[in-house]
Design a protein around this ligand. Structure first.
Ligand code: HEM
Length: 502
């Protein structure tokens, strides 16, 4: 192949071609490296060749990110496989993403799992930013989540809270512990279903099964941040270990239930019964008058799923953590009971007006959401190249904002690891998206539209639980968290209730 003739090197054409290709490859790589090294990337911990930083993450990712951030800064670059992911863990950095560059970061990342479970991104929470998403979100706010609508559902919250109190009453009589975790899921699900679909399903087999499916959806979504998603050539692992099959099965079973809800509404419209949120969605679908934005049957099912998943799980987790912290802090619990007694005098029923006056109750709820935000990570994707806190972020980069770590940032909070509701008594800091140090509901365009809806149930239920009953624990309280997209307690909250002497 290689021969010397007349003092000159004679190369075989194939060898020449191979050498040229190699030279071209190394030249391109060198140029790319040179370009990348000029970029002002955020600090990054050392990584492994194939895994990147995935091996440094534990199941409770918000906690892993916080410990890594302590060494590498509040804006840090990790690699999930080869995929760059920027982790944001300070109010200042979050403000650049959710306020200053809100439009650039208005998209959400998605995976095979989110596409499969959310009808190919036809819901609100993972839909790409654009006209379709805007149309659905404003429809949801107008027809279900506005202050006026939430006010109109107050009879539902009152009836469901009264039922909850009755169940606790019977536990009091039999001196058995109350499984508060279970009761909170039922209550929040019943309130959402009655408000959005006109009736509850939790007492029927299909509804009970659906509640279990919802838990599985949350688990699958958090497990979808796995090897196969970020290292494409290892995506076969999800096929072999049965993960993809599980996602398909859950998606089919969820679809069966949502079909049932829709069919029931189609029949009910024929019977001219009262109109609710699903009926309104169906009438838009039938008239196809959505202003050029097509809403099909899958869109309706995806929205229902969003409302059920978003409305039930997060609200019940907040109630669960609020009662957990109150039971761990008897002086806070006593102070809240004193506020209740002073507000109500000797009245039994709690009105919206009463709730409006209870500043300490509001402080307890805020502190619960600072200390235990149910959704610990907000996800975004950069739509174009942008600079954040002096660092270059390329289009397509995934961002994770750690709301849990931001709520415990020493720069914003005194004694951040203490549950101390009094910190909010003389403070204007609120969770509605303007104060970036407290963002349990997110902020900006993709912020949660369900705040008023959720607060309606949370405040009423907590006020009733503490007004009617004295509470004590049966055994030491374990506060271990269960990994998931919504963070619940690992073990159900069991407590013993006795009647208060009103
Ligand atoms: C304590 C209760 C709740 C918490 C902590 C919570 C939290 C959140 C968070 C963190 C987000 C993502 C925001 C972002 O990325 O910036 C979100 C989005 C959303 N939430 Fe909530 N949520 C709660 C209750 C509700 C309720 C009751 C509903 C409806 C009944 C609801 C419906 C939604 C929807 C539709 C979205 C998607 C918004 C979008 O992508 O534009 N949420 N929520």
């Amino acid at each position: 192949m290689l021969s010397f003739q007349h003092n000159q090197i004679d190369l075989h054409p194939y060898l020449l071609l191979i050498i040229s290709l190699f030279s071209l490859y190394f030249l391109t790589k060198w140029l790319i490296c040179k370009k990348t090294s000029k970029k002002r990337l955020p600090p990054s911990p050392p990584r492994l060749p194939v895994l990147g930083n995935l091996h440094q993450l534990r199941a409770l990712t918000h906690r892993s990110f916080q410990s890594l951030g302590a060494k590498h800064g509040s804006l840090m670059l990790l690699y999930f496989g080869r995929k760059p992911v920027i982790i944001v863990q300070s109010a200042d950095a979050a403000s650049e993403i959710l306020k200053k560059h809100d439009l650039i970061f208005a998209d959400k990342p998605h995976s095979r799992t989110t596409r499969r479970l959310f009808y190919d991104l036809k819901d609100i929470s993972v839909a790409p930013y654009g006209e379709y998403w805007r149309k659905l979100k404003s429809l949801c706010v107008l027809q279900l989540l506005s202050s006026k609508m939430v006010q109109s559902f107050s009879f539902i919250r009152e009836e469901e809270t009264a039922l909850l109190m009755k169940k606790i009453d019977s536990c009091c009589v039999s001196c058995s512990p109350v499984n508060l975790s279970e009761l909170f899921v039922l209550l929040t699900n019943n309130v959402v279903c009655r408000a959005a679909f006109g009736r509850k399903y939790s007492e029927e087999e299909s509804g009970k099964k659906f509640l279990m499916l919802m838990r599985e959806v949350v688990q699958l979504l958090s497990s979808s941040i796995g090897i196969g998603e970020f290292i494409p050539w290892l995506s076969w692992i999800n096929r072999v270990n049965g993960f993809d099959r599980r996602v398909d099965k859950v998606a089919e079973e969820v679809d069966d239930f949502l079909e049932l809800v829709i069919q029931e509404h189609i029949n009910a419209v024929k019977n001219e019964s009262g109109e609710n949120f699903v009926d309104i969605l169906l009438s838009i679908y039938k008239d196809n008058n959505s202003g050029g934005i097509p809403i099909d049957r899958d869109s309706i099912k995806a929205i229902i799923l969003d409302i059920l998943a978003g409305g039930t799980d997060t609200t019940s987790a907040t109630l669960e953590w609020a009662m957990t912290e109150l039971l761990r802090h008897p002086t806070v619990l006593k102070k809240l009971q004193t506020e209740l007694r002073e507000t109500l005098k000797d009245r039994k029923a709690i009105t919206n007006e009463d709730l409006g006056k209870m500043q300490y109750l509001k402080a307890v709820v805020k502190e619960t959401l600072r200390f235990h935000p149910p959704i610990t990570l907000l996800a975004r994707v950069a739509r174009e190249d942008v600079t954040v806190m002096g660092h270059d972020v390329a289009a397509g980069t995934m961002i994770l904002i750690n709301t849990w770590a931001i709520g415990r940032e020493p720069a914003s909070w005194e004694e951040p690891d203490k549950f101390h509701p009094d910190r909010f008594l003389n403070s204007s800091v609120d969770f509605r998206g303007l104060d970036l140090e407290l963002i349990p509901f997110g902020a900006g365009r993709r912020g949660c539209p369900g705040i008023t809806f959720a607060m309606g149930s949370i405040e009423l239920v907590l006020a009733n639980l503490l007004h009617r009953f004295e509470w004590k624990l049966e055994e030491d309280l374990d506060t271990t968290e269960l990994p998931g997209t919504t963070i619940h307690r690992k073990y159900p909250l069991l407590a013993v209730a006795t009647h208060c002497n009103l």
